[in-house]
Design a protein around this ligand. Sequence first.
Ligand SMILES: Nc1ncnc2c1ncn2[C@@H]1O[C@H](COP(=O)(O)OP(=O)(O)OP(=O)(O)O)[C@@H](O)[C@H]1O
Ligand SMILES: [Mg+2]
Length: 356
Amino acid sequence: MKQVSLKIESVSKIFKDYKGREIKAVDNISFEVKPGEFVTLLGPSGCGKTTTLRMIAGFEKPTSGRILINDTNVVEIPPWKRDTAMVFQSYGLFPHMNVKENIAYGLKMRKIPKEEINKRVENILKIVGLEGFGDRPPSSLSGGQQQRVALARALVVEPSVLLFDEPLSNLDVLLREQMRVEIKRIQREVGITAIYVTHDRTEALTLSDKIVLMNKGKIEQIGTPEDIYERPASKFAAEFIGKINFFPIEVLEIGKEETTIRLKGKTYKISALPTAKSEKYILGCRPEGLKISKEGPISGKIKTVVYLGNFIEYYIDTEFGEVMIKIVPPFESELVEGSEVKIDIVPDIAKIIPED
Ligand SMILES: Nc1ncnc2c1ncn2[C@@H]1O[C@H](COP(=O)(O)OP(=O)(O)OP(=O)(O)O)[C@@H](O)[C@H]1O
Ligand SMILES: [Mg+2]
């Protein structure tokens, strides 16, 4: 497998709507994908993910900026000469062809000898876990199996870059989890450079070597899943990547490795620095970063208790709005709906985040 790098340099895309008004779908973004890396474009609906992917594939031309595949600017190169392959949300299989014919289609178009085609199709069927399914029509396959065929069809032409646009959103939850693991395994096995578009944070967290978090056409943060979950650079990033509770704080001192803060009159040493520079900060605590404790400075009343097996979620009304705390079972008998409680933070994993 050829391994290539990809660079997006100051790329923008402006569309015109039906009234001729300009829409900045993608607004001056830059990021890099290393050879063999799995990068996810994550962000809410309309933030420019698909447009970015389509520019990489060549279906859309940037209004400005450069797209480099192995240091060659490809913006003037048509899609079929770009050596990228795309897997869509709707599988887009040809219904009148069986699985093998679907997978072989791109190789036939490239005039590859028949014997070679058969070999490559058999091999890719094995990789995607569909050995023995070659003669079946796509209509006789489950959604997950059809998505595997679509993946095989993209992989079999041995593209340099594999592009995914929300490939799992048509599948039910269980299948989605299974296919998520499969996609990761297959990408690793063939070692291909991959860009994956999703608005699902769990998919982004589990699949990615690197996440490019987008918002309104711009990049909000780039980092590993852990970077973004543990050290979100903005309020938006903190909330988009997972549930979080915010509290107003006074920052007393930013030291070399720790920050002293005051929350409702109680002083804490937080074992982290602010995640980005700002004039004003708030404290961010994930549901696992809070505890119910008599020493806690925040008062609240338990509104709802949700038992999830591996966790219990407590939804608590406080003066700072609803707070959610996740605790490992067993139940504590005094923590029932309606109980008055005190809440404290876990300073080791609290985050100091720019206010806006
Ligand atoms: N061909 C087009 N003409 C005009 N506007 C467009 C066109 N394609 C996309 N847009 C606009 O550009 C913005 C970004 O769209 P894009 O499809 O890239 O979003 P997305 O992040 O993929 O969203 P979703 O998660 O809903 O798929 C949106 O405001 C969209 O309406
Ligand atoms: Mg999209």
